[in-house]
Design a protein. Sequence first.
Length: 364
Amino acid sequence: MKTSRPIRVRITPEAIQHNYRLAKRHAAGTRAWAVIKANAYGHGQWRAVEALRGDADGFALLECENALALREAGVTQPILLLEGVFSSRDVRAVVEHRLTTVIHCPEQLEMLVRGGRFDAPIGICLKLNTGMNRLGFTAATLPKALETLRQLPQVELTLMTHFAEADGERGVTWQLERFKTLAGDWRGPVCLANSAAILRHPQTHGDWVRPGIMLYGSSPFADQSAVELGLQPAMALESAIIGVQELARGDRVGYGGTFTAERAMRIGVVACGYADGYPRHAPSGTPIAVMGQRTRTVGRVSMDMLACDLTDIPAAGIGAPVTLWGRGLAGDVPADEVATAAGTISYELFCAVAPRVPVEIGAN
Ligand SMILES: *Cc1c(COP(=O)(O)O)cnc(C)c1O
């Protein structure tokens, strides 16, 4: 949908491809599930699939319906259901369409055993809880599950876990140790690493890795930027100045008057608000770029607009291009910096871009 309102999100498929290849170079010799859940972190599931169709070893997502849509579109690579099956219908689809599924609890395994006719190989990623305490089998539930799976000769089993702090100080060693204890004498394939572990913890690479955020060009780390990691941003949120105001010292800006001009200044009003997915809690001072120059937001983000400081960008008037985040035509503002200013992570910014924002395909 094209709209005359100037806001748009520009997706660069080549960046997704570049980032996937970078993940593969980091985890040389392993295969990689391209994680395209949540509409490819807001980038568009199909755009990501198209970008990676020739590259991806497999695709990982949540909904069985989406997996089937990929099959229908001719995707022949393995497809992994990251939360496993939700119903016996899902089990039948998994068997029929050769999907790979996580099994994370005895109830799911039971559903699989009851629902499946296993005349063909079926890929199972058995998820172990090694400390995230979200999903996965524990020392109490794992032995019985392995016993059950041993009686299903068509099952191609991978052991899997998920790291809670691969991006942080505590790291992965503690979870790896628990994984090894749980896995015992397991010599088959393992699948452990998210983006942070791919980039920082090579001992986790195993047989399959699961890059998500890095595919979209953001850093999983607070202390290392996407540029430093060689990642290319795949999304730019762009708009334009639609209003200009000259403020006197003491004038305030926006709802609640949370920003007060300390001197005469010139501000621009940008056609982008929280109804477009820009975080309402982004404070004054959040980075933004206008006409190739970085500046800062001022005042509270409203539903359809936000304001920025144009005092040092005198050439910027109505219609001047704005980059809210990403490598935009009006400048480069890493989504990670906007996210940090707003007290969140780029994952959330990307996923929150509203359906009303038109999408364009860009090039690098
Ligand atoms: C979302 C997800 C990933 C990808 O994580 P990133 O931090 O985005 O790389 C990997 N594994 C599982 C199980 C996930 O749910």
